[in-house]
Write a protein that binds this ligand. Structure first.
Ligand SMILES: Cc1ncc(COP(=O)(O)O)c(C=O)c1O
Length: 387
């Protein structure tokens, strides 16, 4: 039976043991398993088709999360990671070899940019950065590259990558397309449907949904499992079972939460766009956004991330932050609670000022993660702070 997103979010992947009769997946809080397992009908771990042996290799609680996530992001296989950066580093290192060259957008989450610009070259992997708009124009030649990397909605300037076009280009060039879809979440977008070979998420954000865990997820075809799994095992980027359990619990309500994030994000963006103290609003759901057309073709909803600048710049943004009662002045995103941060001070602090400028991040740019509180209250909070 073909089922809907919320049904899969609740039902898929759960580790139900008929001999026990449990409904929800337990936390398999064990580092090790009998090996060899003497039971001829022992459960086999999806990562390698053999009984579980050691939790860094695989664990039933991790597997339940991986199966549930895979059913939501329409991928054949998936692995969970200790953090989003764990998913990004392990996956990218499983794809690229010394001497390879990666092409990536410039507008990236700060730590991903550091990984690409500082670390990959140090191990003999070249990286060329191009502007998102250049990539969307279809002009970038992909010959000579071993892979292409993008964020489907970029952090924090909220440009939208034309995955439809990029999927086609990467197929023609026969190179893997790696997509970090953290801002969209599997509810708003499934990059695999556009031809992405690898979909990555910081599960810390919308998937976990409650700002209480760190987690990463990667989705891909079956044939990629061995290589990504080997990197997770070697780098030690597997999550622990409690964290995987909390991710599994959080993802069950992803559809319900995203619906509220999409609604609130749009309302907040519209409110800001009409306020005279706001000089610029970045939100792909606004009709006036240059990314609105691409967003409509690539996304099912525009999400809860809204960035903006005040005409008073950095000083006004800091003053505004002090007056907010509901929005917390804190980094990260994707939780049920609304957050307000300055990327130059948090997510993109490790970049040089020049690099931030290149990525379109002014010192006074504000990024908000609009939560699922009542939208009238959120708008009132912003209105008072702006006044
Ligand atoms: C788009 C994006 N990708 C990846 C990450 C890294 O995730 P984590 O903090 O879980 O390592 C972040 C963190 O903010 C992010 O915003």
């Amino acid at each position: 039976m073909e089922t809907g997103f919320n049904t899969r979010a609740v039902q898929a992947g759960e580790f139900r043991d008929a001999t026990v009769g449990n409904v929800t997946t337990p936390i398999f809080e064990t580092s090790t398993f009998y090996n060899p397992n003497p039971n001829p009908s022992a459960y086999t771990d999806h990562t390698r088709g053999k009984p579980f042996m050691y939790t860094r290799w695989g664990n039933p609680t991790l597997e339940a999360l991986e199966r549930k996530y895979a059913s939501l992001d329409l991928v054949e296989e998936s692995l969970s990671f200790s953090t989003g950066m764990g998913a990004i580093t392990s996956t990218v290192l499983s794809v690229l070899r010394k001497g390879d060259k990666l092409v990536s957008v410039k507008e990236l989450y700060g730590e991903t940019f550091i990984f690409f610009s500082r670390f990959l070259p140090s191990i003999g992997i070249g990286v060329d950065f191009v502007k998102l708009d250049q990539l969307n124009s279809g002009e970038v030649k992909l010959d000579n590259y071993a892979a292409i990397y993008t964020e489907s909605v970029v952090n924090p300037t909220l440009g939208v990558c034309d995955l439809e076009l990029l999927g086609k280009m990467s197929r023609e060039a026969e190179i893997p397309l790696i997509v970090d879809a953290t801002f969209a979440s599997p509810y708003n977008q499934n990059p695999s449907r556009f031809g992405a070979s690898f979909t990555l998420h910081s599960g810390t954000k919308y998937i976990g949904g409650h700002s209480d865990i760190l987690l990463g997820l990667a989705g891909f075809d079956k044939k990629e499992m061995e290589s990504v799994w080997a990197k997770r095992k070697m780098l030690g980027t597997s999550p622990d079972p409690i964290q995987a359990y909390l991710g599994l619990r959080g993802i069950k309500t992803l559809g319900l939460r995203m619906k509220a994030h999409n609604e609130n994000g749009l309302e907040v963006a519209k409110f800001l766009a009409e306020n005279k103290r706001v000089s610029k609003v970045l939100y792909p759901g606004l009709e006036v956004s240059e990314y609105n057309g691409i967003a409509k073709r690539n996304l099912r909803g525009f999400g809860g991330m809204v960035s903006f600048e005040l005409s008073g710049g950095l000083k006004s943004a800091k003053e505004m932050a002090k007056k907010l009662k509901i929005f917390s002045y804190a980094p990260s995103l994707g939780g049920v609670e609304s957050l307000f941060t300055l990327p130059a001070e948090t997510s993109h602090l490790s970049l040089s000022q020049e690099e931030r400028k290149e990525a379109g991040i002014s010192e006074g740019l504000v990024r908000m993660s609009v939560g699922v509180e009542d939208k009238e209250d959120l708008i009132e909070d912003l209105k008072i702070a702006l006044e």
